[in-house]
Design a protein around this ligand. Structure first.
Ligand SMILES: [Zn+2]
Length: 283
């Protein structure tokens, strides 16, 4: 488990865009610093090598000014001219020098570079390590609302923060999908879950809905051990809550969730005693 401050630092390295006083920004780095610096830039945007030049040690009569040079362009540079991004990185090692000279056109124009592959991978890893939406958001120190405000048009906001609330949501969904599907087929997966739940002491029901067999109608009911205990205690005063559109079924049909609740008449609060999912409203 990585500690939060370390994570925050990592996140900042990957996500937070540097801004500089000068355009372009020029810097001089050792060769190893250059590799590290450029690796970091590759996490922030996707850079394509536009041109490369290497001096040959002998045979060239031309005056050798640089040992090597590279010109990198943002992958949005090839877009139609009005949105073509102007961000560029030029690096060269002057002849006779052990330093790398970098000219960095750091301003991305005409686009927000969102979610390069590395950022998405990073996010997936964090979710897999058990960081939920809340934890990742806390690391970002931003609210959902603030994250949602970051749009390509919002110049005032640090546009280089490439993770939106939706990205976090999607990463969590990808993880949930992997964790919860026991087999690729939904029907088989549900059957396996029902088996697993029965072994753990749940009461379950998974059957074709009477009268809806032809239309693939099914009913899935679940009641956990602790819920069964509560039924014995509070089962005499229950109410039924129906939620439409909880999710979609195999044929993209709407799924309805019915919850049997024990309710406290005075406070209005309740506790779910059992859940039932159906894909046909008639039931
Ligand atoms: Zn760009």
């Amino acid at each position: 488990m990585i500690h939060a401050p370390t994570l925050k630092l990592q996140l900042e390295k990957v996500l937070v865009h540097e801004t500089y006083d000068s355009k372009p920004h020029e810097l001089e780095l050792s060769v190893s610093e250059w590799y590290a610096w450029f690796k970091q830039q590759q996490c922030k945007a996707t850079w394509h090598l536009k041109s490369e030049h290497k001096s040959v040690d002998s045979g060239s009569t031309r005056q050798r000014e640089v040992l090597w040079s590279q010109r990198w362009e943002c992958d949005h540079a090839g877009q139609p001219r009005d949105v073509g991004c102007m961000a560029k990185i030029y690096a060269c090692q002057p002849f006779g020098s052990d330093k790398v000279k970098v000219i960095y056109d750091w301003e991305h124009t005409g686009h927000t570079s969102r979610n390069p592959y590395d950022v998405r991978t990073w996010l997936d890893n964090k979710v897999n390590e058990g960081f939920d939406q809340k934890a990742i958001k806390a690391m970002l120190w931003m609210s959902t609302e603030e994250l949602l405000e970051i749009t390509p048009d919002a110049d005032a906001v640090p546009y280089s923060i490439k993770i939106s609330a939706m990205d976090i949501y999607n990463a969590v969904r990808r993880k949930v999908d992997i964790d919860t599907r026991l087999t690729p087929q939904l029907n088989d997966s549900i059957k396996k879950w029902v088996e697993k739940s029965c072994e753990a002491g749940w009461s379950t029901l998974y059957e074709p809905t009477p009268g809806e067999e032809i239309r693939d109608g099914f009913t899935l009911a679940l009641c956990s051990p602790w819920q069964k205990q509560l039924i014995a205690e509070y089962g005499d005063t229950v109410c039924l809550d129906s939620t439409h559109n909880t999710c979609r079924g195999n044929n993209d049909e709407k799924i309805f969730l019915s919850t049997i609740l024990a309710c406290n008449r005075a406070t209005g609060h309740g506790v779910p005693l059992a859940f039932m999912l159906t894909n046909r409203e008639s039931q």
